[in-house]
Ligand binder design. Structure first.
Ligand SMILES: [Zn+2]
Ligand SMILES: [Zn+2]
Length: 250
């Protein structure tokens, strides 16, 4: 059965018990990392997940809390002896910047480096960006300070659906992507431009008619109960505040 392992839940500033928001989707034929803000190799170790099953990395957008661990991830996998290819998915603008960042490290000169491919995703809503035997991933543009994508995961054989908002202010496209989903994982970094408060996330969850709302990308100094109380003012279904290393069975 596929599952999503939450590797980090913090917004911009991580702490001892909360890494920056990122997660791993584990399917029967390999795993997919979504974002890489902290050092994902440390997160995988904490979650007791093997790094060699990693097939694809999806980068939602080019902000440090979502992708600054990428150089360490790529280098670490190489030094661990990886030979199999790794595919990196994201918007063109995101991939171009990651490529430029890696070029600063002169990574093409690293001897025996495994093949890394960059695969730009379409930027229109609902397009499928990855198909695996038991996992399908679709995307829609989110509404953020830089181009960002929300993701929808459909798992087989359960047919269960999970939508991850990534960083976004309340967005019609994200709401459409989440319509009827079993779980909406929504950011709650606050009502500042490009982000959402818990009550805004609750409104999206209610409008989309999702089965449950899980809050992520929150300020770690806030009381989780307060986040739930605020989200409950606009959404009446089950609400949880995700913790690092939580597992969502799909
Ligand atoms: Zn961001
Ligand atoms: Zn962020």
């Amino acid at each position: 059965m596929p599952k999503m392992v939450i590797l980090g839940t913090a917004s911009f500033i991580p702490d001892e018990t909360h890494e920056n928001a990122h997660m791993l989707l584990q399917g029967e034929q390999g795993s997919v990392l979504i974002d890489s803000g902290s050092n994902p190799l440390v997160s995988l170790k904490k979650a007791r997940l093997p790094a060699d099953q990693l097939r694809t990395v999806i980068v939602t957008h080019f902000h440090p809390d979502h992708m600054s661990g990428m150089p360490n991830l790529l280098m670490g996998l190489w030094l661990m002896g990886r030979t199999q290819p790794l595919n990196i998915l994201g918007l063109n603008v995101t991939l171009d910047k990651i490529h430029a960042l890696m070029n600063l490290f002169e990574w093409r000169d690293w001897p025996g480096f495994y093949p890394v491919t960059f695969e730009p995703v379409q930027s229109f809503g609902g397009s499928t960006i990855l198909e695996m035997p038991d996992l399908r991933i679709q995307m829609s543009p989110a509404h953020h300070l830089v181009p960002s994508i929300a993701l929808k995961v459909t798992a087989q054989p359960s047919g269960k659906t999970l939508v991850y908002s990534s960083d976004t202010s309340p967005s019609d496209a994200v709401e459409q992507l989440a319509r009827g989903a079993d779980i909406l994982v929504h950011e709650v970094a606050g009502a500042a431009s490009g982000h959402s408060s818990p009550s805004m996330a609750g409104s999206i969850a209610r409008q989309a008619g999702v089965g449950q709302l899980a809050l992520i990308h929150y300020h770690t100094f806030l009381n989780p109960e307060d986040l739930i109380v605020e989200a409950r003012s606009t959404y009446y279904g089950p609400i949880t505040v995700l913790r690092d290393l939580d597992v969502i069975e799909l």
